[in-house]
Design a protein around this ligand. Structure first.
Ligand code: V47
Length: 398
Protein backbone atom coordinates (compact mmCIF):
# COMPACT_ATOMS: atom_id res chain seq x y z
CA UNK A 1 0.00 0.00 0.00
CA UNK A 2 1.36 3.47 -0.88
CA UNK A 3 2.17 5.73 2.09
CA UNK A 4 1.22 9.38 2.44
CA UNK A 5 2.08 11.99 -0.19
CA UNK A 6 4.77 14.39 1.04
CA UNK A 7 3.59 17.86 -0.13
CA UNK A 8 7.13 19.26 0.16
CA UNK A 9 7.94 17.35 -3.05
CA UNK A 10 5.36 19.35 -4.98
CA UNK A 11 6.84 22.48 -6.58
CA UNK A 12 3.51 23.79 -7.88
CA UNK A 13 1.28 25.08 -5.03
CA UNK A 14 -1.78 24.26 -7.19
CA UNK A 15 -0.99 20.56 -6.74
CA UNK A 16 -1.10 20.67 -2.93
CA UNK A 17 -4.89 20.85 -2.43
CA UNK A 18 -5.20 18.07 -5.01
CA UNK A 19 -2.73 15.96 -3.03
CA UNK A 20 -4.84 16.53 0.08
CA UNK A 21 -7.98 15.43 -1.73
CA UNK A 22 -6.27 12.30 -2.98
CA UNK A 23 -5.01 11.51 0.51
CA UNK A 24 -8.57 11.90 1.82
CA UNK A 25 -9.92 9.59 -0.91
CA UNK A 26 -11.94 12.38 -2.55
CA UNK A 27 -12.80 12.41 -6.22
CA UNK A 28 -11.12 15.05 -8.43
CA UNK A 29 -13.34 17.69 -10.07
CA UNK A 30 -13.02 19.01 -13.65
CA UNK A 31 -11.28 22.10 -12.17
CA UNK A 32 -8.71 19.78 -10.56
CA UNK A 33 -8.26 18.04 -13.90
CA UNK A 34 -7.54 21.39 -15.56
CA UNK A 35 -5.04 22.29 -12.82
CA UNK A 36 -3.26 18.99 -13.45
CA UNK A 37 -3.07 19.68 -17.18
CA UNK A 38 -1.88 23.27 -16.50
CA UNK A 39 0.98 22.39 -14.17
CA UNK A 40 4.58 22.63 -15.29
CA UNK A 41 5.60 20.48 -12.30
CA UNK A 42 5.76 17.23 -14.25
CA UNK A 43 7.63 15.42 -11.48
CA UNK A 44 5.08 16.54 -8.87
CA UNK A 45 2.26 15.35 -11.14
CA UNK A 46 4.09 12.06 -11.66
CA UNK A 47 4.53 11.64 -7.92
CA UNK A 48 0.78 11.97 -7.38
CA UNK A 49 -0.06 9.61 -10.23
CA UNK A 50 2.50 7.05 -9.08
CA UNK A 51 0.99 7.20 -5.60
CA UNK A 52 -2.53 6.65 -7.01
CA UNK A 53 -1.31 3.76 -9.15
CA UNK A 54 0.56 2.07 -6.31
CA UNK A 55 -2.57 2.17 -4.18
CA UNK A 56 -4.40 0.21 -6.88
CA UNK A 57 -1.71 -2.03 -8.32
CA UNK A 58 1.32 -1.94 -6.03
CA UNK A 59 4.47 -2.70 -8.03
CA UNK A 60 2.72 -4.99 -10.49
CA UNK A 61 2.78 -4.08 -14.18
CA UNK A 62 0.61 -6.05 -16.60
CA UNK A 63 1.47 -6.96 -20.16
CA UNK A 64 -0.03 -9.32 -22.72
CA UNK A 65 1.36 -11.65 -25.34
CA UNK A 66 -0.81 -10.36 -28.16
CA UNK A 67 -0.95 -10.14 -31.93
CA UNK A 68 -2.56 -7.23 -33.77
CA UNK A 69 -4.46 -8.12 -36.93
CA UNK A 70 -6.04 -5.55 -39.28
CA UNK A 71 -8.29 -7.45 -41.71
CA UNK A 72 -9.04 -4.44 -43.95
CA UNK A 73 -8.00 -0.82 -44.36
CA UNK A 74 -10.98 0.00 -46.59
CA UNK A 75 -13.06 2.60 -44.80
CA UNK A 76 -16.06 4.67 -45.84
CA UNK A 77 -14.83 7.46 -43.55
CA UNK A 78 -11.52 7.67 -45.47
CA UNK A 79 -12.07 11.26 -46.55
CA UNK A 80 -13.55 12.63 -43.34
CA UNK A 81 -11.38 11.25 -40.52
CA UNK A 82 -8.58 13.67 -41.27
CA UNK A 83 -6.19 12.29 -38.60
CA UNK A 84 -6.08 8.76 -40.00
CA UNK A 85 -3.30 7.55 -42.31
CA UNK A 86 -4.42 3.92 -42.37
CA UNK A 87 -7.75 4.09 -44.25
CA UNK A 88 -8.18 3.75 -48.03
CA UNK A 89 -11.11 4.01 -50.43
CA UNK A 90 -12.01 0.61 -51.94
CA UNK A 91 -10.22 1.24 -55.26
CA UNK A 92 -7.41 3.39 -53.92
CA UNK A 93 -3.74 2.38 -54.15
CA UNK A 94 -2.78 0.33 -51.10
CA UNK A 95 -6.36 -0.73 -50.26
CA UNK A 96 -6.58 -4.31 -49.00
CA UNK A 97 -9.18 -6.69 -47.62
CA UNK A 98 -8.09 -10.09 -46.33
CA UNK A 99 -10.05 -13.24 -47.02
CA UNK A 100 -10.77 -15.30 -43.91
CA UNK A 101 -8.10 -17.78 -45.01
CA UNK A 102 -5.59 -14.94 -45.16
CA UNK A 103 -6.56 -13.82 -41.65
CA UNK A 104 -6.19 -17.41 -40.39
CA UNK A 105 -2.84 -17.64 -42.15
CA UNK A 106 -1.61 -14.42 -40.47
CA UNK A 107 -2.81 -15.76 -37.10
CA UNK A 108 -0.76 -18.95 -37.60
CA UNK A 109 2.26 -16.98 -36.33
CA UNK A 110 0.73 -17.41 -32.89
CA UNK A 111 1.85 -21.06 -32.90
CA UNK A 112 5.52 -20.14 -32.61
CA UNK A 113 4.83 -17.50 -29.97
CA UNK A 114 3.26 -17.31 -26.53
CA UNK A 115 0.19 -15.45 -27.92
CA UNK A 116 -2.88 -15.20 -25.68
CA UNK A 117 -4.84 -12.44 -27.42
CA UNK A 118 -5.72 -11.39 -30.95
CA UNK A 119 -6.38 -7.65 -31.14
CA UNK A 120 -8.41 -7.10 -34.31
CA UNK A 121 -9.47 -3.71 -35.73
CA UNK A 122 -9.86 -2.37 -39.26
CA UNK A 123 -11.88 0.05 -41.37
CA UNK A 124 -15.60 0.51 -42.07
CA UNK A 125 -15.82 -1.64 -45.18
CA UNK A 126 -18.99 -0.97 -47.22
CA UNK A 127 -19.54 -4.64 -48.09
CA UNK A 128 -18.15 -6.88 -45.33
CA UNK A 129 -21.04 -8.42 -43.41
CA UNK A 130 -21.39 -9.44 -39.79
CA UNK A 131 -20.90 -13.09 -40.82
CA UNK A 132 -17.35 -12.26 -42.01
CA UNK A 133 -16.48 -11.24 -38.45
CA UNK A 134 -18.40 -13.99 -36.64
CA UNK A 135 -16.85 -16.61 -38.97
CA UNK A 136 -13.45 -15.05 -38.28
CA UNK A 137 -13.96 -15.33 -34.52
CA UNK A 138 -15.21 -18.94 -34.78
CA UNK A 139 -12.35 -19.91 -37.11
CA UNK A 140 -9.74 -18.33 -34.87
CA UNK A 141 -11.21 -19.97 -31.74
CA UNK A 142 -11.23 -23.36 -33.48
CA UNK A 143 -7.58 -23.00 -34.45
CA UNK A 144 -6.37 -21.29 -31.24
CA UNK A 145 -8.85 -22.24 -28.48
CA UNK A 146 -6.73 -20.69 -25.70
CA UNK A 147 -6.41 -17.30 -27.36
CA UNK A 148 -8.79 -14.49 -26.36
CA UNK A 149 -10.28 -12.30 -29.05
CA UNK A 150 -10.54 -8.52 -28.60
CA UNK A 151 -12.20 -7.34 -31.78
CA UNK A 152 -13.77 -4.27 -33.41
CA UNK A 153 -14.09 -0.75 -32.09
CA UNK A 154 -17.50 0.73 -31.20
CA UNK A 155 -17.41 2.53 -34.55
CA UNK A 156 -17.13 -0.77 -36.44
CA UNK A 157 -19.90 -2.33 -34.32
CA UNK A 158 -22.27 0.57 -35.12
CA UNK A 159 -21.33 0.35 -38.82
CA UNK A 160 -22.12 -3.37 -38.90
CA UNK A 161 -25.46 -2.72 -37.20
CA UNK A 162 -26.32 -0.21 -39.97
CA UNK A 163 -25.24 -2.62 -42.74
CA UNK A 164 -27.25 -5.47 -41.22
CA UNK A 165 -30.21 -3.17 -40.39
CA UNK A 166 -30.14 -4.45 -36.86
CA UNK A 167 -29.23 -3.15 -33.41
CA UNK A 168 -25.75 -2.74 -31.95
CA UNK A 169 -26.90 -5.12 -29.20
CA UNK A 170 -27.67 -7.83 -31.79
CA UNK A 171 -24.23 -7.39 -33.41
CA UNK A 172 -22.49 -7.60 -30.03
CA UNK A 173 -24.51 -10.65 -29.03
CA UNK A 174 -23.68 -12.46 -32.27
CA UNK A 175 -19.99 -11.72 -31.76
CA UNK A 176 -20.14 -12.83 -28.13
CA UNK A 177 -21.83 -16.08 -29.14
CA UNK A 178 -19.08 -16.63 -31.72
CA UNK A 179 -16.42 -16.36 -28.97
CA UNK A 180 -15.55 -12.68 -28.56
CA UNK A 181 -13.94 -11.81 -25.20
CA UNK A 182 -13.75 -8.01 -25.21
CA UNK A 183 -13.77 -4.82 -27.29
CA UNK A 184 -10.77 -2.56 -27.89
CA UNK A 185 -11.08 1.10 -26.96
CA UNK A 186 -10.44 2.80 -30.31
CA UNK A 187 -12.71 5.22 -32.14
CA UNK A 188 -13.35 7.41 -29.10
CA UNK A 189 -10.92 10.11 -30.34
CA UNK A 190 -12.13 13.17 -28.35
CA UNK A 191 -15.84 13.32 -27.55
CA UNK A 192 -16.17 17.12 -28.01
CA UNK A 193 -18.60 17.84 -30.88
CA UNK A 194 -16.49 20.78 -32.06
CA UNK A 195 -13.29 18.70 -32.19
CA UNK A 196 -15.08 15.86 -33.95
CA UNK A 197 -16.40 18.34 -36.53
CA UNK A 198 -12.75 19.09 -37.40
CA UNK A 199 -11.09 15.67 -37.19
CA UNK A 200 -13.84 13.08 -37.62
CA UNK A 201 -16.89 14.79 -39.03
CA UNK A 202 -18.92 11.73 -39.99
CA UNK A 203 -17.79 9.32 -37.32
CA UNK A 204 -20.00 8.05 -34.51
CA UNK A 205 -20.66 10.84 -31.98
CA UNK A 206 -19.25 10.66 -28.47
CA UNK A 207 -22.70 9.77 -27.10
CA UNK A 208 -23.03 6.96 -29.65
CA UNK A 209 -19.55 5.61 -28.81
CA UNK A 210 -20.49 5.56 -25.12
CA UNK A 211 -23.82 3.89 -25.94
CA UNK A 212 -22.10 0.99 -27.73
CA UNK A 213 -19.76 0.48 -24.78
CA UNK A 214 -22.65 0.66 -22.31
CA UNK A 215 -24.48 -2.00 -24.32
CA UNK A 216 -21.37 -4.20 -24.40
CA UNK A 217 -21.00 -3.89 -20.62
CA UNK A 218 -24.68 -4.79 -20.14
CA UNK A 219 -24.06 -7.94 -22.19
CA UNK A 220 -21.07 -8.87 -20.03
CA UNK A 221 -18.50 -7.88 -22.65
CA UNK A 222 -15.76 -5.83 -20.99
CA UNK A 223 -14.13 -3.08 -23.03
CA UNK A 224 -11.18 -0.72 -23.15
CA UNK A 225 -11.33 3.04 -23.59
CA UNK A 226 -9.06 5.59 -25.23
CA UNK A 227 -8.54 9.25 -26.02
CA UNK A 228 -6.62 10.51 -29.06
CA UNK A 229 -4.63 13.53 -27.85
CA UNK A 230 -2.11 15.96 -29.27
CA UNK A 231 -4.02 17.55 -32.18
CA UNK A 232 -6.64 20.35 -32.00
CA UNK A 233 -8.23 19.48 -28.65
CA UNK A 234 -8.00 21.74 -25.57
CA UNK A 235 -7.37 20.76 -21.94
CA UNK A 236 -11.10 21.37 -21.36
CA UNK A 237 -11.95 18.88 -24.11
CA UNK A 238 -9.63 16.29 -22.55
CA UNK A 239 -11.06 16.72 -19.06
CA UNK A 240 -14.64 16.54 -20.38
CA UNK A 241 -13.74 13.35 -22.28
CA UNK A 242 -12.24 11.73 -19.17
CA UNK A 243 -15.30 12.83 -17.18
CA UNK A 244 -17.64 11.02 -19.59
CA UNK A 245 -15.58 7.82 -19.38
CA UNK A 246 -15.58 8.04 -15.58
CA UNK A 247 -19.35 8.55 -15.49
CA UNK A 248 -20.01 5.48 -17.64
CA UNK A 249 -17.63 3.44 -15.51
CA UNK A 250 -19.56 4.52 -12.38
CA UNK A 251 -22.68 3.04 -13.98
CA UNK A 252 -21.32 -0.19 -15.45
CA UNK A 253 -17.80 -0.99 -14.18
CA UNK A 254 -17.14 -2.50 -17.62
CA UNK A 255 -13.93 -0.68 -18.61
CA UNK A 256 -10.76 -2.67 -18.05
CA UNK A 257 -8.09 -0.19 -19.02
CA UNK A 258 -7.68 3.32 -20.40
CA UNK A 259 -5.15 3.99 -23.16
CA UNK A 260 -4.14 7.54 -24.11
CA UNK A 261 -3.33 7.43 -27.84
CA UNK A 262 -0.70 9.94 -29.02
CA UNK A 263 -1.60 11.54 -32.36
CA UNK A 264 0.85 10.87 -35.19
CA UNK A 265 0.71 13.52 -37.93
CA UNK A 266 2.46 11.92 -40.93
CA UNK A 267 0.64 11.07 -44.15
CA UNK A 268 -2.70 12.48 -43.02
CA UNK A 269 -4.64 15.63 -43.89
CA UNK A 270 -4.80 16.95 -40.33
CA UNK A 271 -1.03 16.73 -39.87
CA UNK A 272 -0.50 18.65 -43.12
CA UNK A 273 -3.09 21.30 -42.21
CA UNK A 274 -1.48 21.79 -38.82
CA UNK A 275 2.04 21.91 -40.31
CA UNK A 276 2.93 19.08 -37.97
CA UNK A 277 4.27 16.42 -40.36
CA UNK A 278 7.29 14.73 -38.74
CA UNK A 279 6.50 16.12 -35.28
CA UNK A 280 4.61 13.73 -33.05
CA UNK A 281 3.67 14.55 -29.45
CA UNK A 282 6.45 15.30 -26.97
CA UNK A 283 7.46 13.00 -24.13
CA UNK A 284 6.34 15.68 -21.69
CA UNK A 285 2.82 15.65 -23.16
CA UNK A 286 2.74 11.85 -23.24
CA UNK A 287 3.68 11.54 -19.56
CA UNK A 288 1.23 14.25 -18.59
CA UNK A 289 -1.64 12.48 -20.34
CA UNK A 290 -0.81 9.24 -18.56
CA UNK A 291 -0.54 10.88 -15.14
CA UNK A 292 -3.69 13.00 -15.39
CA UNK A 293 -5.69 9.99 -16.52
CA UNK A 294 -4.47 7.88 -13.59
CA UNK A 295 -5.57 10.60 -11.16
CA UNK A 296 -8.88 11.50 -12.79
CA UNK A 297 -10.11 8.02 -13.75
CA UNK A 298 -10.23 6.82 -10.16
CA UNK A 299 -12.64 3.98 -11.03
CA UNK A 300 -10.81 2.41 -14.01
CA UNK A 301 -8.45 -0.29 -12.75
CA UNK A 302 -5.62 0.07 -15.29
CA UNK A 303 -3.89 2.70 -17.43
CA UNK A 304 -2.01 1.34 -20.42
CA UNK A 305 0.97 2.81 -22.25
CA UNK A 306 0.94 2.07 -25.97
CA UNK A 307 4.65 1.63 -26.75
CA UNK A 308 4.26 1.51 -30.57
CA UNK A 309 3.14 5.16 -30.37
CA UNK A 310 5.30 6.62 -27.64
CA UNK A 311 8.33 4.28 -27.85
CA UNK A 312 9.30 1.53 -25.40
CA UNK A 313 11.68 4.01 -23.75
CA UNK A 314 8.91 6.43 -22.82
CA UNK A 315 6.58 3.56 -21.90
CA UNK A 316 9.18 2.42 -19.38
CA UNK A 317 9.28 5.87 -17.77
CA UNK A 318 5.46 6.00 -17.82
CA UNK A 319 5.55 3.15 -15.30
CA UNK A 320 6.64 5.74 -12.72
CA UNK A 321 3.94 8.20 -13.87
CA UNK A 322 0.79 6.20 -13.12
CA UNK A 323 0.90 3.39 -15.67
CA UNK A 324 0.53 -0.26 -14.66
CA UNK A 325 -0.19 -1.77 -18.07
CA UNK A 326 2.03 -2.01 -21.17
CA UNK A 327 0.87 -2.86 -24.68
CA UNK A 328 1.94 -6.38 -25.56
CA UNK A 329 4.11 -8.07 -28.16
CA UNK A 330 1.92 -6.74 -31.06
CA UNK A 331 3.82 -8.65 -33.82
CA UNK A 332 2.66 -6.42 -36.67
CA UNK A 333 1.21 -2.93 -36.36
CA UNK A 334 -0.14 -0.86 -39.26
CA UNK A 335 -2.23 2.05 -37.94
CA UNK A 336 0.50 4.14 -36.28
CA UNK A 337 3.30 3.06 -38.56
CA UNK A 338 1.30 4.38 -41.52
CA UNK A 339 1.14 7.68 -39.61
CA UNK A 340 4.85 7.96 -38.95
CA UNK A 341 5.57 5.92 -35.81
CA UNK A 342 9.24 4.89 -35.98
CA UNK A 343 9.10 2.14 -33.38
CA UNK A 344 9.56 -1.55 -34.11
CA UNK A 345 6.48 -3.54 -35.07
CA UNK A 346 7.13 -6.22 -32.48
CA UNK A 347 8.47 -6.29 -28.94
CA UNK A 348 9.69 -9.77 -27.96
CA UNK A 349 8.10 -11.21 -24.83
CA UNK A 350 11.31 -11.19 -22.77
CA UNK A 351 12.08 -7.63 -23.83
CA UNK A 352 8.76 -6.62 -22.29
CA UNK A 353 9.67 -8.46 -19.10
CA UNK A 354 13.05 -6.74 -19.05
CA UNK A 355 11.55 -3.33 -19.77
CA UNK A 356 9.18 -3.68 -16.80
CA UNK A 357 11.84 -5.07 -14.46
CA UNK A 358 14.20 -2.30 -15.58
CA UNK A 359 11.71 0.20 -14.15
CA UNK A 360 11.87 -1.54 -10.77
CA UNK A 361 8.45 -3.16 -11.23
CA UNK A 362 7.06 -6.67 -11.09
CA UNK A 363 5.97 -7.96 -14.53
CA UNK A 364 2.70 -9.90 -14.70
CA UNK A 365 1.63 -11.52 -17.95
CA UNK A 366 -2.15 -11.19 -18.14
CA UNK A 367 -4.97 -12.46 -20.31
CA UNK A 368 -7.55 -10.15 -21.91
CA UNK A 369 -9.53 -10.03 -18.66
CA UNK A 370 -6.48 -9.02 -16.59
CA UNK A 371 -6.18 -12.38 -14.90
CA UNK A 372 -2.54 -13.13 -14.13
CA UNK A 373 -1.26 -16.04 -16.21
CA UNK A 374 2.47 -15.84 -15.45
CA UNK A 375 4.50 -14.03 -12.81
CA UNK A 376 7.79 -15.97 -12.81
CA UNK A 377 10.10 -15.40 -15.77
CA UNK A 378 13.26 -17.25 -14.97
CA UNK A 379 13.59 -19.23 -18.16
CA UNK A 380 15.92 -17.76 -19.39
CA UNK A 381 16.53 -15.17 -16.66
CA UNK A 382 16.19 -11.64 -18.02
CA UNK A 383 19.33 -9.55 -17.67
CA UNK A 384 19.15 -7.42 -14.50
CA UNK A 385 18.62 -3.79 -15.46
CA UNK A 386 21.10 -2.58 -12.83
CA UNK A 387 24.00 -4.07 -14.81
CA UNK A 388 23.18 -2.06 -17.89
CA UNK A 389 24.59 1.29 -16.76
CA UNK A 390 22.76 4.58 -16.92
CA UNK A 391 21.01 4.08 -20.28
CA UNK A 392 17.61 2.48 -20.73
CA UNK A 393 17.49 -0.98 -22.32
CA UNK A 394 17.71 -0.97 -26.10
CA UNK A 395 14.82 -2.89 -27.59
CA UNK A 396 15.33 -4.85 -30.80
CA UNK A 397 12.75 -6.62 -32.92
CA UNK A 398 13.06 -10.41 -32.98
O1 V47 B 1 -9.46 4.93 -33.02
C1 V47 B 1 -5.76 6.42 -35.92
C2 V47 B 1 -6.06 5.82 -33.49
C3 V47 B 1 -7.27 3.97 -32.97
C4 V47 B 1 -4.03 7.70 -35.76
O2 V47 B 1 -8.03 -1.28 -26.76
C5 V47 B 1 -4.31 7.15 -34.52
O3 V47 B 1 -6.12 -2.10 -26.17
C6 V47 B 1 -2.53 8.25 -33.67
O4 V47 B 1 -8.32 0.78 -31.25
N1 V47 B 1 -2.22 8.84 -34.84
C7 V47 B 1 -7.46 2.50 -33.24
N2 V47 B 1 -3.58 7.45 -33.49
C8 V47 B 1 -6.51 1.68 -32.39
C9 V47 B 1 -7.16 1.03 -31.23
C10 V47 B 1 -6.31 0.58 -30.08
C11 V47 B 1 -4.94 0.80 -30.05
C12 V47 B 1 -4.19 0.32 -28.98
C13 V47 B 1 -4.78 -0.38 -27.96
C14 V47 B 1 -6.15 -0.58 -27.99
C15 V47 B 1 -6.81 -1.36 -26.90
C16 V47 B 1 -6.92 -0.08 -29.04
O5 V47 B 1 -6.04 4.41 -33.48
C17 V47 B 1 -8.23 4.90 -33.61
C18 V47 B 1 -7.53 6.21 -33.46
O6 V47 B 1 -7.81 6.78 -32.22
N3 V47 B 1 -5.39 6.41 -34.64
N4 V47 B 1 -4.92 7.21 -36.63
C19 V47 B 1 -2.94 8.58 -35.91
N5 V47 B 1 -2.64 9.18 -37.07
Amino acid sequence: MAGKIDPSHLQDPALRPIAEKLGAGQRLTPADGLALYATADLLGLGLLADWANRRKNGDRVFFSANQHINPTNVCVLRNTCTFCSFARMPKEDGAYTRSLDEVFHEAEQARGMPTREFHIVGGLHPKLRLSYYTDMIRGLKQRHPEVHIKELTAVEIAHLARIERTSERAVLLAMKEAGLTSLPGGGAEVFSTAVRATIAERKLTGEEWLRVHRTAHELGIPTNCTMLYGHVESAEDRVAHLGMLRALQDDTGGFLTYIPLAYHPDRNELGEEMGRVGTATTGYEDLKNIAVARLFLDNIPHVKTHWPMVTPFLSQIALSFGCDDVEGTVVYERIYHEAGARTDMHLPYLELVRLIRGAGKQPVERDSLYRAVREQFDDPPPEPALHRGPTLPVVHAA
